[in-house]
Design a protein around this ligand. Sequence first.
Ligand SMILES: *[C@@H]1O[C@H](CO)[C@@H](O)[C@H](O)[C@H]1NC(C)=O
Ligand SMILES: *[C@@H]1O[C@H](CO)[C@@H](O)[C@H](O)[C@H]1NC(C)=O
Ligand SMILES: *[C@@H]1O[C@H](CO)[C@@H](O)[C@H](O)[C@H]1NC(C)=O
Ligand SMILES: *[C@@H]1O[C@H](CO)[C@@H](O)[C@H](O)[C@H]1NC(C)=O
Length: 291
Amino acid sequence: MMKMNSGSLSVLFAAIMLLGSCLSVSASFSDNFSIVWSQQNVVVDDASSNVQLSLTPDAGAQFQSKQSYLYGSFSVKLKLVPGDSAGTVASYYLTSYGDNHDEIDFEFLGNETGQPYVMHTNLFANGVGGREQRLFLWFDPTEDFHTYSAVWNHHQIIWLVDNTPIRIYKNIEATYPNSYPSSQPMNIAASIYEASSWATRGGAVPINWNSAPFRVNFQNFSFEGCEANGDISSCTENYTGNWWEGSPYQELTQSQLNQLKQFYQSYMLYDYCTDQARYPTPPTECSYNGV
Ligand SMILES: *[C@@H]1O[C@H](CO)[C@@H](O)[C@H](O)[C@H]1NC(C)=O
Ligand SMILES: *[C@@H]1O[C@H](CO)[C@@H](O)[C@H](O)[C@H]1NC(C)=O
Ligand SMILES: *[C@@H]1O[C@H](CO)[C@@H](O)[C@H](O)[C@H]1NC(C)=O
Ligand SMILES: *[C@@H]1O[C@H](CO)[C@@H](O)[C@H](O)[C@H]1NC(C)=O
């Protein structure tokens, strides 16, 4: 097995490209995505690689990748709804389909003008979710584009904001079966929708349609993952050469863990692992993912 360091990653990546086991998506939206919900609320500009989704009183919007992936690195630049965004939720996520689906989520809960957005993350494995974390961000996500990424490999999932890890979820399937997304290829999707009943201050502030349309902009998708194309063995066997499986992504360094711990002290609003009313005994995975 090849030992990797960050210096060898780009060479390795080029080699993998040649082997055809991964894909990098950039330019034309319609080559790689389809619109799931309300064509009229999706505005694509391929020249700037910008996709704008709107929420209007009659509809929201959603699109998803044509290709599905089993493990990989998935990132997008995102600029959230400015001003009054209370009662709206914008999302960027990976999902499989069917009864026991897997899902890796970023959701952004809007707020009244001048009040901070909340970033909500969650993880479903084999149909079981309920693994929410909520955080404030350390910048105003409506002012500029920032990069939101998920790196998902056989060892862990890392959620990153501007390349800073903000959450990890370890694969402990060896001791806790069905607790990790490990066999279902996922599509990448994004949406904006109304969630007056729960999004802002727990539902206290409903959407104000006078502020519609609510607009969120996505740019520069970058997906480098294993395309299963009906045969998952191509992604679950002989996978160690894929760069997102490499040692920098298998475990956070001590300094990244320290950074995460500090970050949680300043920005964490909610963690399912410490919600004793809901989980009197913390879920098994919590002792592996906490810092
Ligand atoms: C879209 O995906 C295909 C493979 O499915 C890839 O070859 C192509 O480069 C992608 N298109 C763009 C514009 O990124
Ligand atoms: C909205 O702002 C209020 C007041 O600062 C804050 O308590 C809340 O967490 C913010 N976000 C949401 C989604 O309610
Ligand atoms: C997206 O990529 C284009 C082309 O590389 C670049 O001009 C643009 O600044 C990028 N967008 C963001 C938000 O970085
Ligand atoms: C993985 O490698 C082994 C040994 O070279 C080979 O027999 C097997 O077919 C490979 N599996 C896949 C899915 O390529």
